[in-house]
Design a protein around this ligand. Structure first.
Ligand code: SF4
Length: 453
């Protein structure tokens, strides 16, 4: 029905929803992703904000309420939430802290109960801690319908794409700060688009695509000189520490400063993995023919379709940086940590590292919090993976907030990278921007026409 097809209403939660009238704070894990997710919540009529950027007060408060056994991301997120709780005018009854959870093998499942305990002890027991579960692909946003889950997925994939453009452009910019400016403006554009988007899924998709293409134009306008001399470093590791620039002491900027380019694993990869895990767990529970299985499979299919519709706009830019399907990553992990005997980020690290090596990267860096179970297990297996991939240099960098001579260590590591680069057997594909500045780049309108035809 044409009337329904073009229906454009904002999808608001009801006044009785548990988040209605509250302010939701989401840990500022990754540049862009959290802002985009907050925009989707505002689209739902919920006031949402990223936690303020971590700083010395974060470390002080986090350190005061942890004893060193907790993971570094727990210390950062606790410190950031306490910073909000101690700010003037804070109203516990109108505040919700967002903290995902999981039943998985590592300590992430303890973050939310730990946060609740600290808040209670500090007299902020009225603050609600909102915890969607990884076992359901983070789709159990109580009371939120599928429109939210679908729009949130589009937001996260879009933010992944913008972050990728930033990492691909910034090392080559000839005017410092221009790539960061393009990223900021594109992200603001994306957030405005999401927040004001219609509830009709096709209409919303077109708006998000148009916003991303405007972002593409901004990045293409950044004055840059693309040359092939820079080594490409694959970045894997624990999701929070890898994405949160404060936690990893700006490791990627430091690598860029020493002449490298970085290719980092996305957030959407992890969500695709959790979707797959959900299906496997339902099978193990003999619920192959269940409503939950149907929902999970449908969600995965729709997410896959949406992701393709967004990423295909960037197929030219992404030549040589193609993202693997989660199944391919798990297959490549088989010789090292066979799934499902092992699970979680360590398996993804293995498969992803093998993929990156075969895709022609010049080195791999694993960013993990100090004592992270996934980082420690991965570190034990990387030497085998490196041997079986012609000695590609793989190096773990652990973070716990203490200063170390990171630049010196990166410099030494990059020496190994440059020497491997001379002899590596895997060829790397380069997008047109490396070949000839005159190569035709499709205009936003051409791409939009292609994607909707
Ligand atoms: S992945 Fe590592 S840092 Fe993250 S919760 Fe698990 S053990 Fe802690």
């Amino acid at each position: 029905m044409p009337v329904l097809k073009h229906r454009c209403v904002t999808r608001k939660v009801g006044a009785d929803h548990l988040l209605a009238g509250k302010t939701v704070y989401i840990p500022d894990m990754a540049d862009g992703s959290v802002e985009a997710l907050c925009a989707v919540m505002r689209w739902m009529g919920i006031e949402a904000r990223p936690t303020p950027p971590p700083d010395s007060q974060t470390m002080e408060l986090g350190g005061k309420h942890t004893n060193g056994d907790e993971c570094f991301p727990a210390k950062i997120t606790t410190g950031d939430f306490l910073k909000i709780a101690q700010s003037p005018g804070f109203d516990a009854k109108r505040t919700v802290f967002f903290m995902g959870t999981t039943d998985g093998p590592c300590r992430f499942g303890q973050y939310a109960p730990f946060l609740r305990k600290v808040l209670r002890e500090q007299g902020h027991g009225d603050v609600r801690v909102f915890s969607p579960r990884g076992e359901h692909g983070y789709s159990d946003f109580q009371g939120f319908d599928t429109a939210f889950v679908r729009t949130a997925w589009r937001a996260l994939v879009s933010a992944d794409i913008l972050r990728k453009l930033l990492l691909q452009t910034r090392p080559y910019e000839t005017q410092a700060g221009e790539a960061d400016r393009a990223f900021r403006e594109s992200l603001d554009d994306l957030c405005r688009t999401l927040e004001g988007s219609c509830s009709d899924t096709s209409c919303q998709m077109r708006a998000v695509q148009a916003s991303l293409l405007r972002g593409r134009e901004r990045f293409h306008s950044v004055p840059a000189l693309f040359d092939r001399s820079r080594p490409l470093i694959g970045i894997v590791g624990e999701i929070f520490c890898r994405l949160n620039q404060f936690s990893n002491q700006q490791l990627m900027r430091r690598l860029e400063g020493q002449g490298a380019e970085c290719w980092m694993s996305d957030i959407s990869e992890w969500i695709a993995y959790t979707n797959m895990e959900e299906v496997r767990n339902l099978r193990l529970a003999r619920r192959t023919f269940s409503w939950d299985m149907l929902k999970s499979k449908l969600r995965s299919q729709i997410q896959h379709k949406d992701e393709h519709a967004l990423r295909r706009l960037f197929s030219e830019d992404s030549l040589g940086y193609e993202e693997p399907a989660v199944e391919e990553v798990l297959n490549l992990a088989q010789p090292y940590l066979p799934f499902p005997g092992a699970e979680g980020e360590m398996v993804m690290n293995m498969g992803r590292s093998a993929y990156l090596a075969r895709h022609g990267v010049d080195g791999i860096v694993d960013i993990s919090p100090f004592t992270c179970m996934n980082g420690v297990v991965s570190e034990a297996i990387y030497p085998k993976l490196s041997r079986e991939h012609h000695g590609i240099p793989i190096r773990n960098f652990y973070f716990d907030g203490q200063q170390s001579d990171l630049d010196r260590d990166l410099g030494i590591y990059l020496e190994l990278v440059r020497s491997y680069r001379e002899s590596k057997p895997y060829r790397r594909a380069y997008p047109a921007r490396f070949l000839s500045p005159k190569t035709h780049v499709q205009s936003p309108n051409e791409l939009l026409l292609e994607s909707t035809s």
